[in-house]
Ligand binder design. Structure first.
Ligand code: NDP
Length: 268
């Protein structure tokens, strides 16, 4: 049976095995997908050993996405620009690297009927998750994307790297009350119960997305809802959609994501 794994540290929380096993069942693919904890200094040798065992591919999660990129023999453009890899495919002893996070986000936004073409997008955060979604968002032809980050220099570095006139860097204080159609929280602030310091006027009548997901609405989404956001959407759909894109790369078949997402929501 074809072997796949997700590697991370920590990894206990990962829902990728449930998602991929559901996809496999649904599409009648013979594969085995497990999660594996990797000690911080053993990433490279763990991946090489797994590949040499005859495995077909792997997902990589925090904190190894940058290290995974360095291991690859070939990279897609979106992985290269993201500076991080979450999907490895092993072919004839070579490692092909891709990043499906951005595609996952875009697909989830489209599933929620959020129009991206000509839209004004505010992207909060300039870490790995933000980097990974910029190219797929640009591919949807938005009017503009403002990248706002606590450490402004990181947002500025991103702008330089992408070199696209639809992108602007900002600090949270620079945003004022400018109007956006969509605000995406790609900071990890919600994980510590915090909200990026932006004005309530920004979220009123605006669709708000948080890449973080959980049983309860994240602090950012709860705050946005109280302050008049139109739609509030968490990142569980992005997780399922990025997995579906990895599955498509490996198996060349598109799984149906809605039923898997429903199952995860029920288990929450
Ligand atoms: P990184 O550590 O690379 O980046 C963290 C970002 O959050 C930085 O921009 C940092 O700003 C900002 N930040 C952290 N704390 C605060 C705060 N209190 N106020 C404002 N900004 C803050 O993390 P990632 O980019 O990899 O991940 C970000 C989030 O996205 C995580 O919560 C992760 O779980 C989620 N994620 C979800 C996915 C999904 O499939 N749903 C996929 C990938 C990620 P600064 O630069 O100033 O430090």
């Amino acid at each position: 049976m074809d072997q796949y794994r997700v590697f991370g540290n920590p990894i206990k929380q990962s829902r990728s095995p449930i998602i991929h096993q559901s996809f496999a069942q649904q599409t009648q693919q013979q594969l085995n997908y497990q999660s594996e904890y990797v000690a911080l200094d053993l990433f490279e040798q763990t991946i090489i050993t797994f590949m040499q065992s005859g495995a077909k591919g792997a997902n990589i999660t925090a904190p190894f996405k940058e290290q995974a990129m360095a291991l690859c023999d070939q990279l897609t453009e979106r992985a290269q620009l993201a500076g991080a890899v979450n999907t490895l495919t092993f072919v004839d002893g070579e490692i092909l690297g891709d990043n499906t996070d951005g595609e996952g986000l875009v697909q989830d936004l489209l599933n929620h009927k959020i129009l991206l073409k000509n839209s004004r997008i505010l992207l909060l955060g300039a870490g790995g998750a933000a980097k990974g979604v910029i190219l797929p968002l640009l591919a949807q032809a938005p009017q503009k994307i403002i990248i706002a980050n606590r450490t402004v220099s990181k947002a500025e570095q991103l702008i330089k790297k992408f070199n696209n006139n639809k992108l602007t860097a900002a600090g949270f204080d620079d945003l004022g009350e400018e109007k956006f159609d969509l605000i995406i929280n790609a900071t990890s602030a919600s994980l510590t119960g915090k909200i990026p310091p932006i004005s309530t006027a920004l979220v009123a009548n605006t669709d708000c997305y948080d890449m973080v997901y959980g049983k309860e609405l994240s602090p950012f989404l709860a705050w946005a809802k109280i302050n008049g956001a139109t739609k509030v959407i968490d990142g569980l759909g992005m997780l399922v959609e990025q997995a579906a894109e990895s599955f498509r790369i490996w198996r060349n078949v598109f799984p149906v994501t809605a039923q898997v997402l429903n199952r995860l929501r029920q288990e929450d």
